[in-house]
Design a protein around this ligand. Structure first.
Ligand code: F6R
Length: 260
């Protein structure tokens, strides 16, 4: 796992967006794994800027989102369908037929989840998966206790996640209790993982993910098992890390390392 601490949220977002753009430039038909929430908004804004000003091309790209609330129709302003459309898809040239987001309104969740897993495989697997982290250490909606080999499925959200997400809804009682989410096992199959975290409220979860044991109680700690995982942090999200000096040392020395 590579830990990169950047001086600000903006700098962190630009660095992560550049990584995604480099992958896209090398492989124009890359499969991108998308996340929602506040954290990746800066990455999406930068990718949109690169599309408009530098011609970054999404014409051949396929995308798979991590999760969706159960019970929210796609036009609901708090659905992840709506979020992705408003914050990213309507600003770039991803073909609508290449956009996959879990359905929050299917009549058969089991078969939808199986189909979603199969679509990822049929599209060649995810090249790079963007991730945020919950204050309880979750990735996607894999709440504490989720199996580290879990696949796409229906999940009951933790109380802390419902409380965290209440800020987006008119009333706390409007926050959905269930979600459909890629599993930890699904996420680990992506060729590259890019996790972003910002703010002091994520610092404990970040420390548990990076420096704690691999445990289903912090599903983000599964990134330790992945051969190519990068974690981009701002100063406050990195504030509880014990090995901080080493991460900064690596950041300085890495550009001078022999080519691999
Ligand atoms: C959203 C997702 C979640 C969020 C996490 C952090 O698709 O997968 O795991 O990444 O809850 O959310 P924010 O970024 O709003 O703090």
């Amino acid at each position: 796992m590579e830990v990169v601490v950047m001086p600000s949220y903006e700098a962190m977002s630009l660095a992560a967006a550049k990584l995604v753009a480099d992958i896209l430039n090398a492989k124009p038909n890359a499969v991108l794994g998308m996340a929602t929430g506040s954290t990746p908004l800066g990455v999406y804004q930068e990718l949109v800027r690169m599309h408009r000003e530098e011609g970054l091309d999404f014409a051949q790209v396929t995308t798979f989102n991590l999760d969706e609330y159960v019970g929210l129709p796609r036009q609901h302003t708090q659905s992840y369908h709506y979020f992705m459309h408003e914050n990213f898809f309507r600003h770039v040239n991803v073909s609508p037929g290449n956009i996959y987001i879990p359905s929050g309104t299917t009549s058969n969740y089991r078969s939808f989840c199986d189909w979603y897993e199969q679509r990822i495989k049929d599209c060649g697997g995810i090249d790079v998966q963007i991730l945020g982290i919950g204050s309880d250490g979750h990735i996607a909606f894999n709440e504490p206790g989720s199996s580290l080999s879990s696949r796409t499925r229906l999940k009951t959200l933790a109380k802390s996640t419902i409380d965290d997400n209440a800020r987006f809804f008119d009333r706390p009682s409007d926050v959905p209790i269930y979600a459909i989410t890629m599993g930890v096992g699904t996420i680990l199959e992506a060729r590259q993982l890019v996790l972003l975290a910002t703010g002091a409220n994520k610092s404990q979860a970040v420390a548990a993910m990076v420096e704690g044991p691999v445990t289903s109680m912090t599903t983000a700690s599964a990134l330790q098992l992945h051969p190519s995982a990068q974690v981009f942090l701002d100063e406050s999200a990195a504030s509880e890390l014990k090995m901080r000096e080493y991460y900064d040392w690596v950041k300085i020395k890495k550009p001078h390392a022999p080519p691999v």
